[in-house]
Design a protein around this ligand. Structure first.
Ligand code: ADP
Length: 612
């Protein structure tokens, strides 16, 4: 009794099982996967042929050609499977250009080999006493052995050539399977009565499924790859956007700076003054767009951090009211109702800049999308365990939002009711940023709206209560209305450090309005030279992004001298919120964003030069 028959039936059973499992799942369409699919199919046909060959031995005497034909087909089938395994190895091991060439050679050898296997004669050993005790030998079987060993050897050589790729997860299993196959081939040559080839083929096909060709694993692999690619693309986009925003800010700085200076010119004709005002307004919108794009890309790249400081919430709310009043103007008949709970603690710890940005976005929208009636800005709070939950709501009697559109409200670049809002400026970024910021601050944002009647946006955010009043950091608060343009004396000297000539020109133009003396240099190194040469300045405005030595590095060098006490202000186009705190941490006394805002400049001049 030859026990090989049990192996044959067992492998048939396994391959049927594998076919059901494999083909019932979603598959990928990579070349490797296609080859593996063929491996399974060839394995299945091999199993059928093997059993058929044994069965046809029974009719060998009456219909010898059937038995002969099936035996030849079986040999071709085994050879095809080995050729496919070789092809799989080549695809995994080499780059596309190389494996394409090798695959052509394999196909050619397979074709010639298969023809030989069909033509060459085959001999049978058949024991009539034992139904299934049969095996084949002769020239065709000899050719098959040579061809198989040839392919397997080349397969191993290919893998050894790419040994560095060993880290690839697929590589080790394939190498093991190929070696396993080679050993089986040798055993088969030594002991022809053991009909093992088909069984080992099934076994390897099965193992491949569980190790390297499982569609689920492949899907995860593919997803990971796609995610990595998307991350890379997203990072490149963020980088590009932040560079662009920086680049746009520099010329924008010149436009706003000179327009600002022009608008203050007393002998300018009234019509020109109007034009300058329009230029300023247009630059403001442009700046808002640049900031929005920068913010959203930072948030999406997870590069936006929440920077907590001590602050006075009343100052933040007051400033928001002032800004909203200014945005409201006098053209629309809208009443601004403000109600701020006076029991909110005086000092909180949190990211006031982001909080302000969130509320300002909502208030600005209320102004934009309301034509008459009122806007109610209400702040209340809940207090528990040292935490103050700020509940901020903005209610308007504006155009409202359709119920089915509310979901789309927070999509970036999505604007609702475009036909109606055609005249209202906007990018569709405001609420997308707002929502992500609220999430970053672990808060909640709720929208209620009735189309045609109005909307209510409610934000709740937890902030820590600070009971120790000494800790209040004045830089964390924003002053409103206290910054009258100071007139200083010409003895006050300011040094502007910037690598861009136009920026120096703008800063000089704006600073000279205060009556001070302005000096400038175009690099950190020149700045160090000037100051170490004994030149005294009352204030240094330092750009950060300069070639060779950045502003931050220059300041660090200046501070190596313990006598260096000159207030140094970071003057930079790197103006996303949160940067201010970073610059303060780096040792700067203050921060001034480009394009320079007159109010901010007034504040700086008052703070550092107006000793009176
Ligand atoms: P933008 O105002 O720049 O278009 P936003 O992201 O701030 O972008 O808002 C998205 C859309 O949501 C707006 O285009 C507008 O259609 C709608 N929207 C936002 N706030 C209001 C509001 N208070 N009333 C009515 N519609 C609003």
């Amino acid at each position: 009794m030859n026990y090989s028959i049990y192996f044959s039936f067992l492998s048939f059973f396994y391959i049927v099982l594998l076919i059901i499992v494999f083909f019932s799942k979603n598959r990928l369409n990579t070349l490797e996967n296609k080859i593996y699919r063929l491996l399974i199919i060839i394995c299945f046909t091999g199993s059928i042929l093997e059993v058929s060959q044994m069965a046809t031995c029974l009719i060998m005497d009456s219909l010898p050609w059937i038995n002969d034909f099936v035996a030849h087909l079986f040999l071709v089938n085994i050879f095809t499977w080995i050729a496919l395994l070789f092809a799989y190895t080549v695809v995994v091991s080499f780059k596309k250009e190389t494996y394409k060439k090798i695959l052509t050679v394999i196909s050619f050898v397979w074709l010639v080999g298969s023809v030989c296997l069909i033509i060459l004669p085959i001999e049978f050993f058949f024991n009539p006493g034992d139904l299934f005790y049969s095996y084949t030998y002769g020239p065709a079987v000899g050719a098959l052995k040579v061809l198989c060993i040839l392919f397997l050897m080349f397969s191993i050589i290919c893998m050894l050539m790419r040994i560095k790729q060993l880290r690839s997860k697929k590589y080790v299993p394939i190498l093991v399977y190929t070696v396993l196959f080679l050993i089986t081939g040798i055993i088969q040559i030594l002991e022809p009565t053991l009909v093992l080839m088909q069984t080992v083929q099934t076994f390897v096909t099965f193992l491949m499924y569980f190790t390297i060709e499982n569609p689920d694993l492949k899907m995860i692999e593919e997803l990971n790859f796609a995610r990595d690619q998307a991350d890379k693309a997203n990072n490149a986009k963020t980088e590009f956007l932040s560079n662009m925003s920086h680049e746009i800010r520099t010329p924008l700085n010149a436009i706003t700076g000179f327009s600002q200076a022009l608008s203050e010119e007393e002998d300018l004709p009234a019509s020109a003054k109007e034009d300058v005002k329009d230029i300023l307004m247009a630059s403001d919108s442009l700046l808002e767009i640049v900031n929005g794009i920068l913010d959203i890309s930072k948030i999406e790249a997870n590069k936006l951090e929440i920077v907590n400081t001590y602050y006075n919430p009343y100052k933040v709310f007051n400033e928001l009211v002032v800004l909203t009043k200014a945005r409201l103007g006098t053209e629309k008949p809208i009443e601004l109702r403000v109600s701020i709970d006076q029991t909110i603690p005086r000092t909180l710890y949190g990211d006031y800049a982001r909080l302000k940005q969130i509320i300002l976005n909502i208030l600005t929208n209320a102004v934009k999308y309301t034509n008459e009636g009122y806007i109610e800005f209400k702040v209340s709070h809940l207090q528990k365990d040292g935490i103050c939950r700020l509940i901020i709501s903005v209610e308007d009697t504006g155009i409202g939002i359709k119920r089915d559109k509310i979901d789309k409200l927070f999509n970036k670049f999505e604007r609702l009711d475009e036909e109606r809002n055609i005249t209202i400026e906007g990018t569709g970024l405001g609420l997308a940023i707002t929502k992500r910021l609220v999430q970053l601050m672990q808060g909640e944002l709720v929208v209620q709206s009735l189309y045609g009647k109005g909307s209510k946006f409610t934000v709740s955010i937890d902030q820590r209560i600070v009971t120790d009043p000494v800790k209040i950091d004045d830089t964390g608060t924003l002053r409103v209305n206290t910054n009258e343009k100071p007139h200083l004396n010409a003895a006050k000297k300011i040094l502007v450090v910037d690598d861009n000539k136009l920026n120096i020109k703008v800063a000089t133009r704006l600073l000279e309005d205060y009556g001070v003396t302005v000096d400038s240099v175009m690099s950190g190194i020149d700045c160090l030279e000037k100051i170490t040469a004994g030149n005294h300045y009352d204030l240094v405005l330092m750009d950060d992004m300069m070639p060779k030595m950045t502003g931050t590095q220059t300041l660090a060098k200046l501070k190596e001298n313990p006598n260096y006490k000159t207030p140094t202000v970071a003057l930079t186009a790197n103006a996303i919120a949160g940067m201010k705190e970073q610059y303060l941490k780096a040792g700067f006394d203050d921060y001034l964003a480009k394009p320079i805002e007159r109010k901010e400049l007034d504040r700086i001049m008052n703070k550092y030069l107006n000793n009176d």
